[in-house]
Design a protein around this ligand. Structure first.
Ligand code: GLP
Length: 242
């Protein structure tokens, strides 16, 4: 695992955007796995600036979703599909035809999750998966004690994650769904390159457990230690406990 400490979130965003741009120059139809949350926004902004400047061509790029709330209609503004359309696809000029995501509204959720894993594999697998990290060490929506071999499936959110995410639902925890679908840790580990970005002091404990703790389901992000090509990019605040 490679750990890169950057001065601030903007520098982390620029570093990862440049890695994505280099990948797209090498492989124009690369499948980029993207995450939601506040942390990756500087990455998307820096990559969009490169697209506008003509420094990278996204016309053949493809985007894969990491996780989704169950029960929110796809056009709900806080469904991750909507969030990614707004924050990633539109700024990068990528159409929904190049988007792969799990169906959080399917009647048979388990079958939809299995179908999503098959679609990812049929698409050639994720080339670079960008990850954030929850304050409890979760990646995607794999909460603590998720199996390190897990596949895409339905999960129940912890109270902590619902509290953390209430800010996207007018601060009202009652509006935060209880259930989600998420790529499993085993699914995530199949991406060719994993890049985790963590910024701010609130992530310092989770980062220390990820990088220096044992590989353990209690900290799902520690599974990155098992991956042959994992990069953890942290600002100085998030690196404070390393
Ligand atoms: C959610 C997402 C994760 C994300 C996490 C952290 O739970 N499912 O993919 O990493 O939030 O979000 P933030 O970056 O806003 O702290």
């Amino acid at each position: 695992m490679e750990v890169v400490i950057v001065p601030d979130a903007a520098a982390g965003g620029e570093l990862i955007a440049e890695a994505m741009a280099q990948l797209l120059r090498r492989k124009p139809d690369a499948l980029l796995g993207v995450a939601t949350g506040s942390t990756p926004l500087p990455v998307y902004q820096a990559l969009a600036a490169k697209v506008r400047a003509g420094a990278v061509d996204t016309s053949r790029a493809r985007i894969a979703q990491l996780d989704e709330y169950v029960g929110l209609p796809a056009d709900h503004p806080e469904s991750y599909r909507s969030v990614l359309r707004r924050e990633v696809l539109e700024p990068l000029g990528i159409g929904m035809d190049a988007f792969l995501g799990p169906d959080g509204t399917a009647e048979d959720i388990q079958a939809a999750c299995e179908a999503y894993d098959r679609r990812l594999a049929a698409a050639g697998g994720v080339d670079l998966q960008l990850l954030g990290i929850g304050t409890d060490g979760h990646i995607g929506f794999n909460e603590p004690c998720s199996s390190l071999a897990s596949r895409t499936r339905i999960k129940t959110l912890t109270e902590q994650t619902r509290v953390d995410n209430a800010r996207f639902f007018e601060g009202d925890i009652e509006q935060v769904p209880h259930h989600v679908v998420t790529q499993g840790i085993g699914t995530i580990l199949e991406a060719r390159h994993l890049v985790l970005l963590a910024t701010g002091e609130g992530k310092a404990d989770a980062v220390a457990a990820t990088v220096e703790g044992p590989v353990a389901a209690v900290c799902p992000a520690s599974a990155l230690q098992l991956h042959p090509h994992a990069t953890v990019v942290v600002d100085e605040a998030a690196a404070a406990k390393l």
